[in-house]
Design a protein around this ligand. Structure first.
Ligand code: OGA
Ligand code: MN
Length: 293
């Protein structure tokens, strides 16, 4: 087997073929995949008919899997693996979530540009999303290149933002959509964490903007001024030139590097069609404030 990498976009994303991810990875193949990730930030592996165990096993080849899931009604989990993230529109019985179900409201937060787990003290390294059931149309996922976003800021803006520290929380991203139905335990669990806005991407040595809808404050800045700046930065970072849109086929596995990308889900008829996507999420090595820049 030989890994074949074909770029999908001038900045971000490539197709990865020639490998069967149901089989244990050799250290050499894992290294090749990691090198392609460092270059392209998003890899699409088409036609990988994985089960949950195989998807989890593939994940562990690249680092530790995150130790907890962050969602509402966390105990009503549909999947066998407690640490596998359920990115579907289904309840624990496999039925489509009702239009007013608070899990559905909460999940709509994925439509905002974000990075996974930036609200955790140690955020995530990779997310690995696998398509088990897809709707006939819509439900694409878009990815933005945050290294290109940094590179193309004006020197003046680079100077302004270089040492900024932001506070991230699920409470902030959900508030953007008017969702506020968190109980006390969830509010405690989702208390804001501090992250650098500008990071050095370990695998490429390039700087990257660590933006996310989860940001609600910039330290030392008045909130409205901070939010206005974040909106400008997000607009810059997500201009179409820097975005790859993935249209899912059944059994695609898409892996993205949360340290140098943002992503968002696009709408589909989620009251009519089932979309069953399952995500394995790996944690980074340390909080961003402890990492070298
Ligand atoms: C995710 C996510 C978007 C989508 O899995 O982390 O944000 O299109 N998904 O399902
Ligand atoms: Mn996400």
């Amino acid at each position: 087997m030989e890994l074949k990498i074909t770029p999908l976009h001038p900045h971000i994303g490539a197709r990865a073929e020639g490998v069967d991810l149901r089989q244990a990875l050799t250290p050499d193949l894992a290294r090749q995949i990691e090198a392609a990730m460092d270059r392209h930030a998003v890899l699409v592996f088409p036609g990988q008919d994985l089960n949950d165990d195989q998807q989890m096993a593939f994940g562990t080849a690249f680092g530790p899997i995150e130790g907890s899931r962050a969602t509402v009604d966390v105990h009503r989990h549909r999947l066998a693996h407690p640490l596998m993230n359920d990115i579907s529109n289904l309840d624990e019985n496999g039925e489509i979530l009702g239009p007013e179900d608070r899990r559905r409201m909460f999940n709509l937060g994925n439509r905002l540009w974000h990075t996974d787990s930036s609200f955790k003290a140690t955020p995530s390294k990779y997310s690995m999303l696998h398509a088990r059931l897809i709707p006939p149309e819509g439900g694409e996922t878009e990815f933005a290149d945050m290294r290109a976003a940094w590179d193309t800021l004006t020197p003046k803006l680079q100077e302004t933002v270089r040492d900024m520290v932001c506070e991230h929380s699920l409470l902030f991203s959900r508030a953007l959509l008017g969702f506020s139905g968190f109980n006390e335990e969830e509010r405690r669990q989702f208390a804001p964490v501090r992250q650098r806005l500008v990071r050095r991407h370990a695998g490429s040595g390039r700087r990257s903007l660590f933006l996310s809808a989860h940001i609600g404050r910039i330290e030392g800045w008045p909130v409205p001024e901070a939010m206005a700046l974040l909106r400008d930065l997000t607009e810059h970072a997500t201009q179409r030139e820097f975005v790859y849109q993935h249209r899912w086929s059944l059994h695609d596995l898409v892996v993205w590097d949360n340290r140098c990308t943002m992503h968002r889900g696009r709408p589909y008829d989620d009251k009519q069609y089932r979309r069953d996507m399952r995500r394995v999420t790996l944690s980074d090595t340390a909080p961003t404030l402890e990492q070298a820049v």
